[in-house]
Design a protein around this ligand. Structure first.
Ligand SMILES: *[C@@H]1O[C@H](CO)[C@@H](O)[C@H](O)[C@H]1NC(C)=O
Ligand SMILES: *[C@@H]1O[C@H](CO)[C@@H](O)[C@H](O)[C@H]1NC(C)=O
Length: 294
């Protein structure tokens, strides 16, 4: 009852203060040094929906060529599927007091999925970074991506767990838990990640939002909530966009100065930062001097 006596502003402040304490906000602020030391985690009403960060027009300018005849995913990744999937992850693009923080996270996510599905090349029409979301499925998988030693998420014989969807979800140990979290049969019906665009975007967002120890989630990294362990410090795994690359594909791309895939991700991030009006892309864009996780 006492709360009813508070003005909305005071109520908001008290909720935020309680939330800061429970989220160990001090450590978070310290890990993201160019930010203010005060961060908002509470009160949904203060926040924006995803369409205020990426409008339908923005989406069309980000993914200029996704529906071209040359793109196997033409017609698949429509804006309403993206928005609908994002609504299932209310913290995505919706955490952090500053709008720039929220824009930066969304730019980073869209850059990573664009590299994963790119149809671009150096001299492509409109440049190499106008070709995200061109593919929905790995065309010639090298294997069925079954880790048979994983007994928790047993492969279904005859199913292939190759890259599908915006993040190119791969391996039984990702399909299984993604399906469990999102309500589809990841091991028995992995194909749905390349046939239902809402499920496809949800699977990509699941990967983005979910920590897989010892890896933090990409979401936490982009929000400055990542606190490196001693092992992370020794391996140069510092916060920034480069660490999300390390989380996604570090074994093949990090600690390799000049790696073209890694540089393509950074190129997409800078390009999308421009389109979405991100003022500060943050430090450590690449992972060239970071050790991968394994
Ligand atoms: C987007 O894709 C979904 C799923 O295929 C479809 O139901 C919906 O009509 C599409 N929306 C638009 C605006 O094309
Ligand atoms: C960490 O980065 C520094 C500076 O870029 C580099 O000299 C060092 O070799 C890196 N350490 C590891 C373990 O990669």
């Amino acid at each position: 009852m006492a709360r009813l006596l508070l003005s909305p502003v005071l109520l908001a402040f008290s909720l935020a203060a309680a939330s800061l304490i429970s989220n160990a906000g001090v450590a978070e602020a310290a890990a993201w040094p160019w930010h203010s030391h005060w961060r908002w985690h509470g009160w949904r009403g203060r926040h924006d929906c995803i369409s205020s960060i990426v409008s339908e027009e923005d989406y069309a300018s980000l993914f200029l060529h996704k529906d071209d005849a040359a793109c196997p995913a033409r017609g698949f990744y429509n804006y309403s599927s993206f928005v609908s999937a994002a609504e299932s992850f209310p913290e995505f693009g919706n955490t952090g007091r500053k709008k720039d923080t929220r824009r930066r996270e969304v730019a980073a996510f869209l850059a990573q999925i664009s590299h994963e599905t790119t149809g671009g090349w150096a001299t492509a029409p409109d440049g190499p970074y106008a070709w995200g979301l061109c593919f929905k499925e790995e065309l010639k998988p090298a294997s069925n991506y079954c880790d048979a030693t994983n007994t928790e998420w047993k492969c279904d014989p005859g199913k292939s767990y190759h890259g599908r969807g915006p993040m190119q979800l791969s391996w039984n140990y990702n399909y299984g838990p993604a399906g469990k979290a999102l309500g589809f049969n990841g091991l028995g019906n992995p194909e749905i990640v390349a046939s239902d665009p809402v499920v496809a975007f949800k699977a990509a967002l699941w990967f983005w939002m979910t920590p897989q120890p010892p890896k933090p989630s990409c979401h936490d990294v982009m929000l400055g909530r990542y606190v490196p362990t001693e092992a992370d410090k020794a391996a140069n795994r510092t916060a920034g966009f480069g660490l999300t690359t390390n989380i996604i594909n570090g074994g093949l791309e990090c600690n390799r100065p000049g790696n073209a895939q890694e540089e393509d991700r950074v190129g997409y991030y800078k390009h999308y930062g421009d389109i979405l009006g991100v003022r500060d892309l943050g430090p450590n864009l690449d992972c060239a001097s970071q050790q991968p996780y394994s």
